[in-house]
Design a protein around this ligand. Structure first.
Ligand code: NIG
Ligand code: FE
Length: 401
């Protein structure tokens, strides 16, 4: 590692297009940012350092995908066909398809196969500019397979230039062997699975699917209490298909985020504001299951709840491997603004992971993780659909893509 001054760029250090430094410079030593600002203000101590010219590119912090189910076996293109023929996501789940069919495929896959399948989905995200990603378990629903998924997530973080944060989602669906015994399964999640996986260092946070086809408020609360006993932060799949009060419960447990939120009400928004819980919106899932209930964007704005956006990459509701595409969907479907979606995949997404100190912003002292975009305005990031825009992806000062 060495010293380098990156120059000739429009720098957007906070992910907010309102604050751009034109003709900026960025001094990096051993992978860390030493200084950033207008090139004309570059302090003398950096003047003699080698230079790297970015040719007038626009630079943002690396993107953060704060909600994914990237690791899973198989896919559900067959179920997609059923839905095209009229079946709803919820109907398919009730018939024993949906999440449970992915559970079968994930249990059957060995660790290598699972790694390769997930890597194929991770690569397009990374070349697009993602530098940090959350990966959930939740397709094992038994200790051994939940462990296998989380190990694969950790292994991806070692193999690829990305920070991986793992979330234990044991309470994603009721495994068939517990049919009619949901409380007994929650016992297993709280008393056996979570303690074991947390002890093995495989868990960074804990999530629950609180829904008619998931778990009740009371069951979700038991999982949150178990997480608290292990000193782990929580998040929730909340108010996705119906209003259950999950977001308000999450806020009571100081959740990092409540995610989906199409059916969120004002009381929930207010509770999230007071707790500092981030609203993670998943426009890919909204789009893919043809939801019509929009998340309460105006209320989230009025209460100034930070909004993040993520791919929710998963085989059932969002087979998406592009975070930039989510910017477009966030703007077109949710009427979010360009500054909102950009901060939604930088600053606010980092906060949804409880990692604001490490990701989502460029500042002296931080690791030099940034993307140089070949665009003429940052609005292009939300405008194009499916067009590669990252000219360079830099991690710890080194060009990785
Ligand atoms: O985020 N809602 C629950 N979990 C996922 C979907 C999982 C699946 O269908 O496989 C989601 O939408
Ligand atoms: Fe999800």
């Amino acid at each position: 590692m060495s010293d380098l001054v990156w120059q000739h760029m429009n720098l957007c250090p906070g992910g907010d297009p309102g604050t751009v430094i034109s003709d900026a410079a960025l001094a990096v030593r051993d992978g860390r940012i030493m200084w950033l600002g207008a090139a004309s203000d570059l302090p003398r101590e950096f003047a003699a350092w080698p230079r790297e010219d970015l040719g007038g590119a626009w630079v943002t912090p690396s993107l953060v995908d704060c909600h994914t189910h990237l690791v899973f076996g198989g896919h559900r293109a067959d179920e997609f066909a059923l839905r095209l023929a009229g079946a709803s996501y919820e109907e398919i789940a009730r018939r024993g398809g949906g999440i449970v069919s992915t559970v079968k495929a994930t249990r059957a896959a060995d660790e290598n196969a699972l790694f390769e399948a997930a890597a194929a989905r991770l690569e397009p995200l990374l070349t697009e500019g993602v530098g940090a990603i959350e990966i959930k378990s939740g397709y094992g629903l038994e200790l051994a397979t939940e462990r296998k998924m989380l190990r694969v997530a950790r292994a991806l973080g070692r193999r690829y230039p990305v920070s991986v944060y793992t979330t234990f989602l044991g309470a994603h669906a009721l495994p068939p062997e517990y049919a009619g015994r949901a409380d007994a399964y929650i016992d297993e999640v709280c008393n056996r699975m979570l303690p074991a996986l947390a002890d093995e260092g495989l868990v960074d946070a804990v999530d629950v699917f609180c829904e008619r086809i998931g778990f009740t408020l009371a069951q979700s609360e038991r999982v949150f209490e178990a997480a608290a006993r292990h000193g782990l932060s929580v998040k929730m799949h909340a108010e996705q298909l119906s209003l259950s009060g999950g977001a308000a419960l999450s806020a009571r447990y100081r959740a990092l985020s409540a995610d989906h939120l199409e059916f969120l009400d004002e009381a929930g928004v207010q509770a999230m504001k007071e707790a500092g819980t981030v609203a993670v919106l998943l426009p890919g899932a909204y789009y893919f299951i043809r939801e019509t209930q929009l998340p309460p964007i105006e209320l989230l704005r009025r209460y100034e709840v930070p909004i993040a956006l993520a791919t929710d990459c998963n085989p059932g509701t969002s087979p998406a491997v592009s975070l930039l595409a989510m910017l477009n969907l966030g703007c077109t479907l949710f009427r979010l603004t360009v500054p909102e979606v950009l901060q939604g995949v930088t600053r606010h997404a980092a906060r949804a992971l409880g990692r604001s100190e490490h990701h989502g912003e460029l500042a002296p002292g931080r690791q030099a993780d940034f993307v140089a975009w070949s665009v003429t305005t940052l609005a292009e990031l939300a405008y194009w659909i499916g067009r590669p825009l990252a000219a360079r992806v830099v991690r710890a000062g080194a060009t990785v893509y």
